[in-house]
Design a protein around this ligand. Structure first.
Ligand code: ADP
Length: 358
């Protein structure tokens, strides 16, 4: 019997039982994707090592088992049956629900061997791609949302001024002040997002040197002093004279400014912010400790995500782009270091930047 040209055919003399250890097995082992060959009774006749890694279960050998026992998915089963019966290719999406969920695009082709028909399925793992796409969409929607709020406010105040408030001597300056604040917020947001994307795309390089930390902390305190005194926050520089961590000065200043700014913002009135430094075997550790409200342990892994805020409403009042900690995390990594947090609800938080010693 001649098979249709789109059906793969094995050379004469080939027996299904010769599949294992054959050239076919070597070829499927060489592919990056999981490949499963299913016979007419919907049993697995061969599988490559990626398929064994992805679908093997304890006490259930992949080869020889029913496809439906190995992968419990009605649509997949149906697609393999269709290919076997109709001798045409099928495509199906497979979601594996597990501790680490995975998604596959499965392409199934008919295959003839010694008058027996098989269906060979190639499982393209699209989990990472789909996650990236979800992250991209979430980022876009967050960004539009974050930009729309100040923009709506700017438009409303401009309209009010146009409608006559421009001549209202008591309020016109106040309205302009609000417009300026909202425009600044949009400006900060765009700078932070550009900054984050250039760090993430690898366009930021660091030039580390020994930094006089105590001096740098004094300068940052100076820059943030009016913000701190508005809330009556005491700024304590506990860094010793000779502390000299190895870091890119500009990037270190950026990290510390973000962290100290947060420590002031999320503090209680008349609280304190203390910056300290100690060294362990492999790293210089800069700690920023506040006496604020603290962060629940369940929230700690999330605060480094872009736009994540523990208390959305409140943070909007205090100001901030929701991107500061994401930037700090990436900058610490760029130095080969990391940022850690310890926090006690109601009494305060310590962020520690660990930078490898030279
Ligand atoms: P932003 O400060 O602009 O909101 P960040 O990325 O710097 O954004 O911080 C994310 C969130 O983490 C903040 O909104 C806040 O909820 C929480 N957070 C950060 N630093 C502190 C801190 N020192 N104390 C309590 N919560 C904090």
């Amino acid at each position: 019997m001649r098979s249709p040209s789109h059906i793969g055919v094995f050379p004469a003399g080939y027996r299904p039982e010769m599949i294992s250890g054959s050239i076919f097995q070597s070829i499927i082992n060489a592919t990056r994707e999981a490949v499963v060959l299913v016979d007419a009774s919907l049993r697995v006749a061969a599988a490559n090592r990626h398929a064994l890694a992805a679908f093997s279960r304890e006490h259930l050998p992949l080869v020889g088992s029913r496809l439906s026992e190995v992968i419990r998915d009605a649509a997949l089963h149906e697609a393999f049956s269709r290919t076997l019966v109709q001798k045409t290719a099928s495509d199906v999406r497979l979601d594996i629900i597990a501790a680490a969920p995975r998604t596959f695009d499965v392409h199934i082709e008919p295959l003839e061997m010694e008058d027996s028909f098989y269906a060979v399925g190639v499982f393209y793992d699209v989990t990472k791609l789909e996650n990236l796409e979800k992250m991209r969409q979430a980022l876009l929607s967050n960004l539009s949302h974050e930009l729309r709020t100040p923009l709506t406010s700017i438009l409303a105040y401009v309209e009010t001024l146009e409608d006559g408030a421009i001549d209202d001597r008591e309020n016109n300056r106040r309205f302009l002040g609000t417009i300026r604040r909202n425009a600044e917020r949009m400006h900060d947001l765009i700078s932070d997002i550009l900054e984050l994307s250039s760090i993430e795309s690898g366009n930021v390089s660091i030039e580390p040197k020994h930094v006089r930390l105590g001096h740098m902390v004094d300068e940052i305190f100076e820059a943030l002093s009016s913000k701190a005194s508005e809330r009556d926050i005491g700024l304590i520089n506990d860094v010793s004279e000779n502390a000299a961590p190895y870091a890119d000065p500009m990037r270190l200043e950026q990290m510390l400014t973000n962290l100290i700014d947060n420590a002031i913002k999320f503090n209680r009135p008349a609280g304190t912010v203390t910056v300290g430094f100690h060294e362990n075997d492999s790293a210089g550790c800069i700690s920023i400790t506040d006496t604020g409200e603290g962060i629940m342990s369940s929230q700690i892994p999330r605060i480094f995500e872009r736009f994540y805020r523990v208390d959305r409403g409140r943070t909007r009042e205090i100001g901030g782009t929701g991107l500061g900690l994401a930037i700090v995390k990436h900058l610490a990594r760029l130095h080969g270091g990391r940022i850690t947090v310890s926090s006690v609800l109601g009494s305060g938080t310590t962020f520690t930047v660990e930078l490898p010693t030279q």
